[in-house]
Design a protein around this ligand. Structure first.
Ligand code: CU
Length: 125
């Protein structure tokens, strides 16, 4: 009898913990949408829809071994981004050996939500 009572209590506790975890999970998923208000409308029911955007900025760093590039980029209205300093993975077609820190460039991005890949980099005029 006492054995049964203990296992029932355990079960109830597990259900409460599961409910709390679930509530936390829902909140965590909702948060990125607040950061990117421009995306929620366009993505619609399709969810993580691919978007492309072009931007200008200054090359801050090139990570050849990981094929990544860091920009101090200007605002990107197409994806609702303010000016930022950030690192992006670059597509394999992008030749990072031609990209030098301090260079002012135009670049294009494609991706969805907070995850974008650089598709091209060209010198800015
Ligand atoms: Cu950014």
């Amino acid at each position: 009898m006492s054995e049964l009572g203990r296992s029932n209590r355990k079960g109830a506790l597990a259900a409460i913990v599961a409910a709390l975890l679930l509530a936390g999970g829902v909140q965590a998923q909702a948060a990125p949408m607040d950061d990117m208000p421009g995306m929620s409308g366009k993505a619609g029911a399709e969810g993580a829809k691919q978007q492309t955007a072009s931007a200008t900025g200054t090359v801050a760093a090139v990570n050849a071994s990981q094929h990544k590039v860091t920009f101090d980029h200007e605002p990107i209205p197409a994806i609702n981004w303010p000016a930022m300093h950030m690192e992006f993975p670059a597509a394999q077609s992008v030749d990072l050996s031609k990209v030098k820190p301090g260079e002012k460039v135009k670049f294009t991005l494609s991706g969805s939500k907070g995850s974008y890949t650089v598709q091209s980099i060209a010198p800015a005029q």
